[in-house]
Design a protein around this ligand. Structure first.
Ligand SMILES: *Cc1c(COP(=O)(O)O)cnc(C)c1O
Length: 397
């Protein structure tokens, strides 16, 4: 008989009872070092007192009111994003896929309002991941996610990642914009070349199309800056955020320049839960921590330390791990054995990681970790590598 929960996930047979900092504890009290952070989402780790307090206090006051009324927590959070980013205006919603839907709708509407309703197509990239709605599996373009769900939704063209000439060749009279992840997360922790992002900006300006960044995974401090695109010194027209924005509380956002944001007039777009008092209290609390003096610098330092340790791991265990990639605290280890096997072995050693595309083991720890947690993760990964190598050797005999 089918399980009460639909069978759409391959879950590991472990369930966590509580968490503290970078650690989760299962029902038997066993401790796990969380270098997955619920897929790059629990940005402040577990049980962060500032976040817990903000959520608890807001829940006791009012949880939901709808967007029929002003929401002060949302106004404050939006103003803080405007102050600290390229954006002039912000739309709040509930998931990465929903943010990308809003981003694409805003792109299309911007052109429609400028008397170019034919400009509807968005150029996306091989290896991309933009979410699981009908339109976003088409934006993603990966046959693995499209199979069984009918004809792909029209309007998405795919070209090679980091190939500016391929983008140029794909731009036509119906192109509305480009949507790219500054670091492809699900696709295998592949960063875009910073020069590619700058070239995209120039190409979009030249051709009158919009530049959108999907920072659902790379944003909110994970790269060591608030947004990964800041490393390229590029100003986008529109950006989607989710994952880390609520520190694990479900929340997402579309950040936009005025020329894009003004297309979303009353009635054109909406969402019942988006930008509610509870989610925005969580968002404000997360931003308090990320924008505190020195926090982003601390991430950069910790990330450099972790990366150096991973490079050393590759040097010592080249038979299992063949390279390090990524940015900030979104790092990937290219594996020789199947990455799922490595992920399971790490779990058995008490280390949580996340598999990504291209046979990469993804490390996306909470942003609050320090060198001690990195040392522990590196030691566990060393043990995992030795075990995997021993297994491969035994199998070869
Ligand atoms: C996770 C992810 C999404 C989808 O987010 P959901 O909240 O699962 O809808 C979209 N884009 C990127 C880059 C992601 O990592």
């Amino acid at each position: 008989m089918i399980s009460a929960l639909m069978p759409n996930y391959n879950r590991a047979n472990v369930s966590f009872e509580h968490g503290q900092g970078a650690y989760l504890f299962d029902e038997a009290g066993r401790r796990y070092l969380d270098f997955g952070a619920g897929i790059a989402t629990s940005s402040l780790g577990h049980g962060h007192p500032h976040l817990v307090k903000a959520i608890a206090e807001q829940a006791a006051k009012v949880i939901h009111v709808s967007n029929l009324y002003r929401v002060k927590q949302a106004e404050r959070l939006a103003a803080r994003f405007v102050e600290t980013s390229f954006a002039d205006s912000v739309f709040f919603c509930n998931s990465g896929a929903e943010a990308n839907e809003g981003l694409v709708k805003a792109m299309r509407k911007t052109h429609a309002d400028a008397s170019h309703p034919e400009r509807t197509r968005v150029i996306c990239f091989e290896g991309a991941f933009h979410g699981r709605t009908l339109a976003m599996i088409s934006a993603t373009g990966n046959p693995k996610y499209l199979a069984g769900f009918g004809k792909p939704v029209e309007g998405f063209d795919h070209v090679a990642f980091n190939d500016i000439e391929a983008v140029r060749g794909a731009i036509g009279p119906e192109t509305a914009g480009v949507l790219v992840e500054p670091v492809q997360g699900e696709g295998g922790v592949r960063p875009a070349d910073l020069q590619f992002l700058r070239d995209l900006r120039a190409l979009c300006d030249e051709t009158g199309i919009l530049l959108g960044f999907d920072e659902v995974q790379s944003g909110m401090g994970r790269s060591g800056k608030l947004f990964a695109h800041e490393w390229a010194l590029v100003t986008p027209d529109v950006v989607s955020l989710a994952k880390g924005i609520g520190g694990g509380f479900p929340m997402a956002a579309v950040l936009a320049k005025e020329k894009v944001a003004k297309a979303l007039v009353p009635g054109s777009h909406g969402t019942t839960f988006g930008g509610g008092p509870l989610a925005c209290a969580a968002g404000n609390a997360v931003l308090d921590v990320i924008l505190a003096d020195g926090f982003l610098d601390q991430i950069q330092e910790t990330a450099a330390y972790l990366r150096a340790g991973l490079e050393a791991l590759v040097a010592a265990h080249g038979d299992v791990f063949t390279g390090v990639r990524g940015m900030g605290l979104l790092l990937g280890l290219k594996c020789t054995p199947p990455n799922g096997d490595v992920q399971n072995a790490a779990l058995a050693h008490g280390l949580l990681t996340v598999a990504a595309g291209d046979n990469v083991l993804r490390l996306a720890p909470p942003l609050i970790i320090g060198q001690a947690e990195c040392d522990e993760a590196l030691e566990l990964l060393g043990e995992v590598a030795e075990q995997m190598a021993a297994k491969t050797e035994a199998a070869a005999k």
